[in-house]
Design a binder for this molecule. Structure first.
Ligand code: NAD
Length: 332
């Protein structure tokens, strides 16, 4: 099948290319994001392969459908970038990679926590400059702290168990509770109770209309003073302006972000020679207690190999007209 692969980076070529050696599809790599401007490039391609910052809105989908595209093959778990209603109306099938390595994302959340707490990134710079002062590097023991997990699906569950290994008490909130996690000693509470109780809050819920700006000014006001917030889910789950206010008032002690609401204008590009026009993002980078990574939590060799494997499995189902277990349907 002819497949247009949008937002293609060298690692996409490497992992998709290697897996495709067993399938023999015709892959055409397009570096640009999918948008109404770039959608005409897929004319004549029955399938397009998308990543997190491609925009499959109604206008884009209409252009793709007019060019003969029937399949939207997401090589990621989240599908908030696709207008599912428009896709359904155009008779397009959407498939995704629901799980590839929950460990990759959960472990990255832990990396953010450890770095923010023990300030290894700042210590590394200091030691290279011959500055062995410990001023400003004071951390805290994780053992005995309360960690709040928002969303205990695949990633949140994995994260919760890792934090229990550090000797943390774990509380969680999720409309669908995980009995195994409850048996392992995790207490389910309301979102409000979690905010009031947790020393570290880690977000692992999907971005939906209900979770959009879930962490807003009100939520921040309910947190413990000095709490740490970690977001590896989706940027818009957090109101970045409210976050800045929370940091300035010192209500929030630390922030670790792997995702940002307006990240599609920034992440996955080398902008080191450009002026950053996003003042909110720029302000966030000025705080000493904020650590931002550019949507790299998924980025392990295990995860990329599984993404490629599942993506071609999904394509096989679509090509053969089989029902695909990883299809995403519009809830109606
Ligand atoms: P999942 O579907 O297994 O789990 C999500 C959980 O969130 C579910 O249990 C669901 O019931 C719960 N949830 C939904 N609404 C909620 C709410 N309002 N409050 C609390 N919980 C709620 O998904 P997953 O595989 O664990 O992934 C979680 C999210 O992580 C994805 O949706 C995606 O946005 C993000 N993600 C980020 C990266 C990255 O590289 N940073 C990579 C993969 C996934």
């Amino acid at each position: 099948m002819k497949i247009a692969v949008y937002s293609a980076r060298p690692h996409d070529r490497a992992f998709l290319g290697r897996e495709n050696a067993r399938h023999g599809h015709q892959l055409v790599y397009i570096e640009s994001h999918l948008s109404p401007l770039t959608a005409p490039l897929a004319e004549g391609f029955p399938a397009v392969c998308l990543f997190v910052n491609d925009h499959a809105d109604a206008e884009t989908l209409r252009i793709l459908a007019a060019g003969g595209t029937r399949f939207l093959v997401l090589r990621c778990a989240g599908f908030n970038q696709v207008d599912l209603e428009a896709a359904a109306n155009l008779g397009m099938t959407v498939v995704r990679v629901p799980a590839y390595s929950p460990h990759a994302v959960a472990e990255h959340a832990v990396a953010l926590i450890l770095t923010l707490n023990r300030k290894t990134h700042r210590a590394w710079n200091r030691v290279r400059e011959g500055n062995f002062s410990l001023d400003g590097l004071l951390g805290f023991d994780l053992a005995g702290k309360t960690v709040g997990v928002v969303g205990t699906g695949r990633i949140g569950c994995t994260f919760a168990r890792i934090m229990q290994g550090f000797g943390c008490r774990v509380v969680a909130t999720d409309p669908a509770e995980d009995p195994g996690l409850r048996e392992a000693g995790v207490t389910y509470v309301t979102f409000e109770a979690l905010l009031a109780d947790a020393d570290i809050i880690s977000l692992h819920c999907p971005l939906t209309p209900e979770t959009h700006h879930l962490v807003n000014g009100l939520a921040i006001s309910r947190m413990k003073t000095g709490a740490m917030l970690i977001n590896t889910s989706r940027g818009a789950v957090v109101d970045a302006n409210a976050l800045i206010q929370g940091l300035k008032s010192e209500k929030i002690g630390h922030v670790g972000l792997d995702v940002y609401e307006e990240e599609d204008a920034l992440f996955f590009e080398d902008l080191s020679n450009h002026v950053i026009h996003d003042d909110v993002f720029a302000r966030l980078t000025t705080f000493p207690n904020v650590l931002i990574t550019g949507h790299q939590a998924f980025f392990t060799d295990t995860a990329l190999a599984r993404i490629a494997e599942t993506t071609f499995g999904n394509i096989h189902c679509l090509e053969q007209g089989l029902s695909c277990p990883n299809a995403v349907t519009h809830p109606d």
